[in-house]
Design a protein around this ligand. Sequence first.
Ligand code: SAM
Length: 277
Amino acid sequence: MNDPDADIKSMGLYHHVDRVLNELRELGKDATDPLRADELTVFDQLHYHGTEAVDEAVRAAGIGAGGRVLEIGSGLGGPARHLASTTGAVVTALELQEDHHLMAADLTARCGLDDRVKHVCGDFLTHPWHGGTFDAVVSWLALYHIPRRDVLVGRCRALLDVGGHVYVEDLCALRSFDDPEWEELASALSASYLPSPERYRQDFAEAGFEVVNVDDMTADWTVFTGERLDAYRAEEERHLRVHGAGVFETMCGFYETMVRLFSGGKLGGIRLVARRL
Ligand SMILES: C[S@@+](CC[C@H](N)C(=O)[O-])C[C@H]1O[C@@H](n2cnc3c(N)ncnc32)[C@H](O)[C@@H]1O
């Protein structure tokens, strides 16, 4: 990958960041109106089960007021804003794509949360941290985009104080993919690394973490993505009015791909909790 920011745009979910502006207009907000984090959660959580999954991380990683949290791959900033506004934690939200980063920073400022959520644009594999550390590193559906798992887990360890937690929800491989399947995963999902659940666990264990939990999320996310597609199609008239045909078709295509892949028995999902030794 030469330019990860460009390559990642092969994934339909990332094509239309301006759909956020359409949703804000639909909420009756103009370009500078103040916002509340909880009125954005219908469209700013780019993972499964929205804020419930973020609350799960709060419980599993013991995140509380004043806790220092790093989110890897923070997208539109939805999880970071929910974390900061519900727990009082201070979140560093690292995002690769500049358009998502800028949109996220604007939403956070308009929510009055810019004192507790710091948005940073960069690649987790290379971003300089200048010796800073965190109490928890969290991530939803971002790590599978990132090659070099050795560098990734090493950096997670270096950024955590002893006893700090990693909480990850991510894609994995239940069985191996053939070449055409891998080509589709690399383009439609911008996948770079899809290990087995056991390899996922070992990557963290070998890097100096106690792996507390690895949950198989595949069945749950297969149902979730199926219901998401049905709900999106059922609101076709609304989405065409709010977003237009381009966004509607892109999102339908992406949602259909996820249903097909999860139903195919090879793509899986995991939730991993690990503690830095
Ligand atoms: C599926 S989105 C999820 C966003 C957010 N975690 C959420 O759940 O709402 C994954 C995000 O990870 C970002 N990402 C991918 N590779 C990255 C990297 N190397 N460094 C930082 N962010 C990355 C992508 O640009 C994308 O916005």
